[in-house]
Design a protein around this ligand. Sequence first.
Ligand SMILES: NC(=O)c1ccc[n+]([C@@H]2O[C@H](COP(=O)([O-])OP(=O)(O)OC[C@H]3O[C@@H](n4cnc5c(N)ncnc54)[C@H](OP(=O)(O)O)[C@@H]3O)[C@@H](O)[C@H]2O)c1
Length: 303
Amino acid sequence: MSRVYVFNQLGGPEHEELVDRPVPTPGDGELLVAVRAAGVNPADAKIRAGGLGPDRDLPVAMGLEVAGVVAAVGDGVRDFAAGDEVLAPVRVGRGGFAEHTLVRAAHAVVKPAGISFVDAAVLPVAGTTAFDLTHQVEVDAGGTMLILGAGGGVGHLAAQVGRVRGLEVVGVASEAKRELVESTGATFVPSGAHFADAVRQLAPDGVDLVVDLVGGDALRQATVLATRPAGVVSAADGLVTRLGGSLRQRVPGALARITNLVADGRVDPHVTATFPLERAREALAVVESGHAAGKVVIEMVAP
Ligand SMILES: NC(=O)c1ccc[n+]([C@@H]2O[C@H](COP(=O)([O-])OP(=O)(O)OC[C@H]3O[C@@H](n4cnc5c(N)ncnc54)[C@H](OP(=O)(O)O)[C@@H]3O)[C@@H](O)[C@H]2O)c1
């Protein structure tokens, strides 16, 4: 048997529990992964709260991104073998907060030896989101990028990737995250009523790219600061399309590319807290608060 963290009813965290299930069997094109670490994302709680609609078979295994060791491969898998260290996104319901899970071989990449399982585990969702948002719109090196939510899981990664792209980065976050934001090379601006005025002073001609991880009124105010509406991208709020910008769009090869940046020491995943699987509820609560700093990871005991 193998342990997995599930929710057994849509709603709040009281419906989460750690249960046993048989070790899953990989199907065509799949890898069975012995999970060593799994990143926690706001989407985990949103799905539990019913964000994907009510028509789900219950219980639903939780967790959307993992790093671990391939334990077995399904038919048709040629690029991976048992014993390989990998990182990969996990389809909804397959369960990343688990001792074992299944991932698509086509979506997995080899974990470089120099990256820990904990750091690797935050790249399939948060890492690729940061990479996509900073690449889906053309911006010349030397341009200015504004990030709303720059101290959160995606935001601090986006700030670092932006710096690698040669962009001047302005990061908006709460005062508690000043140090984290500044450590990425970004200029810190405190969130709140006056953030737009502060950004306007730093970039009087406007910002070339707005990366929004907050949505709502902050997104509206930031859009006015952009040199053009098409330069506004969001992972947080569909409102962005009505304002002339775009939601996150997948950039080919993003997982391999962000993994290489981490392996080269140019981007630090900055995991601020790890929890054992038995304390998954606490890990999810930190992220569900909406005020997490950096990334939170659930770490499985090494065999
Ligand atoms: N579409 C996708 O594929 C995709 C993928 C990943 C994430 N997302 C979404 O993107 C959003 C961010 O994800 P995440 O993983 O980075 O979340 P996170 O780790 O919870 O970070 C969110 C950050 O936003 C900050 N924040 C909240 N209100 C703010 C405001 N008014 N101004 C500036 N900062 C503010 C929070 O800290 P403070 O309150 O302390 O500032 C926190 O650091 C979530 O809505 C998530 O669901 C979407």
